[in-house]
Design a protein around this ligand. Structure first.
Ligand code: GLU
Ligand code: MG
Length: 437
């Protein structure tokens, strides 16, 4: 059969979906210069089809400008179509950045962090997902047999990631039925969010080649352990030296790292509107599901909103290079550029105000008295998307991080999503998200 390679210019939108337009491979050089045409209202496409009330309606034109630094070309060598796409910036037709471009939002947060503090962010998105093609077995968490029971998925996936330029750090069978987890090497700034998109798309591409599907939905079914996205963060100075670690500070969190985390916790409730931005995200963010439920900083606590991760000092390994904190109140319905962007913005507020390191909790916040929680500044995370949007609206400083049009589009979009889900029972909501993500 005759075939010609297709290249897609894509971006990740408010719904966290990867969408774009394609062109023949022969046109790649020309398209790198000119981009492909795009429509503003496309960013209002919900994950379920209907378009949220759009500020632009049928008007306007944009350009998807592929970034040659974010090119993925993976040939699965099974005769299937080559996966060839480039993550793109969304620009106005005069080439200037579009205010609602999520990648631009992250780039400007990275740039402000650098220009004001000289710091760079190093991040890794750890993903959990559900693989439909795995054979379920009782008690299968971390089981070698669970790896066996999902056939060649892991091998093909690792190879696809490698071909896409991403090195897997670890891979495992998670606690839930048919649940797996993948962690990749950290990357700086925008590249970290690019990698999050690629990690999701390569999992989908792998499953599709194997005649199956994956889902990154935060809750595949109600009351079963959720699929989290844990965003690991560390800070480097302008020379690339890690600065979040201080061996003499409590649990190794330096003054700089502590201020950064304090900013995140201070804005924690509003951040959820960006990091856990779906109706079913709040089925996951409940106490005792090993996700996150309170605005606390925990040492090695897998239910803290921000967890100080362990370092491995065996064999003289440098703790400073490994040291990182993990933001746990995120999932894959979030756009990774917006999620990382707001974490940087919140952290930067903490640095500007030289906030002290939050007190590190070592107990379940639920077991603390109200006054103890008040003293620690620990509050319950929003319990619905609506509550998260209200928390964002009430956080004036956080609202000011966004170009006005982006905030307006985002809120409209999320309100439409809530409306689509209204009246559906929890099983149906989960089923829709499982299909869409
Ligand atoms: N599945 C848990 C979540 O929803 C995370 C479990 C873990 O890796 O600690 O975040
Ligand atoms: Mg996990």
């Amino acid at each position: 059969m005759i075939r010609e390679e297709l290249v897609m210019a894509c971006y990740c939108d408010i719904a966290g979906q990867t969408r774009g337009k394609g062109f023949p491979l022969s046109e790649l050089d020309a398209r790198l210069a000119s981009g492909v045409g795009w429509t503003p209202t496309n960013i209002m496409l919900t994950a379920f089809g209907p378009i949220a009330s759009s500020p632009w309606g049928p008007f306007g034109d944009l350009i998807l400008r592929p970034d040659p630094e974010a090119e993925v070309r993976v040939d699965f060598q099974d005769g299937s179509a080559v996966e060839h796409f480039l993550l793109s910036d969304v620009r106005n037709t005069d080439g200037s950045p579009w205010d609602c471009c999520p990648r631009r939002f992250l780039k400007s947060a990275v740039e402000d962090l650098r220009s004001e503090t000289g710091l760079q962010i190093l991040a890794a998105f750890e993903h959990e997902f559900y693989y439909f093609g795995a054979q379920e077995r009782i008690g299968s968490a971390y089981n070698l047999d669970s790896i066996r029971r999902h056939g060649v998925f892991a091998e093909v996936y690792l190879a696809a990631l490698r071909a896409a330029g991403i090195t897997c750090d670890s891979y495992l069978a998670e606690f839930g039925p048919r649940q797996y987890e993948v962690t990749c090497e950290p990357a700086r700034g925008v590249q970290a969010a690019d990698h999050a998109v690629i990690v999701r798309e390569m999992a989908r591409a792998t499953a599709q080649r194997l005649g199956s599907q994956v889902s990154f939905a935060p809750a595949v079914t109600p009351d079963v352990v959720g699929n989290g996205v844990h965003i690991h963060l560390s800070l480097l100075d302008s020379k690339g030296v890690p600065v979040a670690y201080d061996a003499t500070a409590p649990h190794g969190l330096s003054r700089i790292g502590g201020s950064f985390v304090a900013g995140i916790l201070r804005h924690g409730r509003g951040l959820c509107a960006l990091t856990a931005p779906s109706v079913v995200s709040y089925q996951r963010l409940v106490p005792h599901r090993w996700s996150a439920a309170w605005t606390n900083l925990g040492y090695r606590d897998r239910e803290a909103m921000v967890r100080i991760c362990p370092v491995n000092e065996t064999g003289g390994r440098d703790p400073a290079r490994q040291f990182n904190v993990e933001f746990r109140a995120a999932d894959a319905t979030a756009n990774p550029y917006l999620a990382l962007g707001v974490l940087i913005r919140a952290g930067l507020e903490g640095l500007r105000q030289e906030l002290p390191t939050p007190e590190i909790t070592s107990r379940d916040p639920e077991t603390l008295t109200t006054s103890e929680r008040e003293r620690l500044g620990v509050t319950r995370l929003p319990q619905s998307l609506g509550e998260a949007l209200e928390a964002l609206a009430a956080d004036e400083a956080a609202c000011a991080w966004f170009p006005e049009q982006l905030l307006d589009a985002y809120v409209r979009h999320k309100e439409a999503e809530s409306e689509i889900m209204r009246g559906l029972d929890r099983d149906t909501q989960c089923a829709h998200y499982t299909e869409a993500y």
